[in-house]
Design a protein around this ligand. Sequence first.
Ligand code: PLP
Length: 386
Amino acid sequence: MLILERAGEDEKSYLNAVTPPIFMNSLHVFDTFEEYHDVDVFEKNQFYYGRASNPTTSIAEEKIAELEHGSRAVMFSSGMAAASAAILAVCEAGSHIICMKDVYQPVKRFLNFYCIPKLHMKVTYLKGTDLNEMEAAIRKDTALIILESPATFIYTVVDLRAIAELAGRHRVKTYIDNTYCTPLFQKPLDYGIDIVMHTLTKYLGGHSDLMGGVLVSKDEELMRRIMNQIREWLGGVIGPMESWLVIRGMRTLDLRMRRHQETAQAVAEYLEGHPKVKRVYYPGLKSHPQFELIQKQQSGSSGLMSLELNAPADDSLRFVDALKLFRKGCSWGGFESLAMVPLYYLEQEELDFLNIERGLIRMHCGLEGTENLLEDLQQALEVIGN
Ligand SMILES: *Cc1c(COP(=O)(O)O)cnc(C)c1O
């Protein structure tokens, strides 16, 4: 992919090195004070201080902007730094937000325990699949619709084009966490969504060795505000080393995603046909309730899926612990396969809100090889019900 290889890079200015350097500097110096004073970091190749911008970070940002069909990307120290920056950039004290129930838990906690009590915002949670319900929820003070599609845990998919059109009519901004698909499998800006967020910690980094986040948009005015105000003032900038690792990771994004997808599809189909498995949640399965919509707006699915066993929640723990290749851990998007029971210790009230079973198992299919993972699953399933 040409975009991944060369976009944003200027080999000539780094002595024809095939890989750009890590600009490990906190400031840039000038011959005159006027030159320093005239710098506009929103312009290309203008730098003065590391909290405002960094040349290695700019290269990664340009690549991600191109991949997402945006005009501008701005990177942060984590996915949550990007998510909270977007919310604070779009909303004001007292704003109303519409948020999908299934979005990443810490985003909802930021809304519930910070934005609502401290900034007097109001939030309406809904599933996101019913457009009439969404339109009815829009009020005069609605500023933002927060989406994630496919969303955390059971991969609920929402109609991006229809929601963008609806929001546009009411002058409400739309935001989507596109981490699951990566820019390779879904480009929400093409459907009219205003802001795309990714955690770089997952597939874009791809090696479980960095933390980062990014916002992408075509709205230059908004992105200027996000870059020159929100990021600079809250200070959640990504380090140059991490940006360089993102560039390194993205060079193989296409290869990795295709392998994650191939393996996950085989694993999902195997599990779906197993008598001890009650249900598999994976966007690549024909049994997904929104399979048709998925075919329309996604060009692929990644390595993450969930399943429910025909067994009590405690058996989910036994199953996960019996897995050998699937390690136990919370992240995903790296080379390694992971399994966990993410909702096991949740309050019943929260489970009811999400309408998901306590014993739900989430699995990330890594790059260890399809056959190896299938064997591992087979031996762990034997533990259940015996
Ligand atoms: C991990 C994750 C995040 C948060 O990213 P961090 O880099 O950990 O802050 C946000 N959204 C989704 C879907 C995630 O999986």
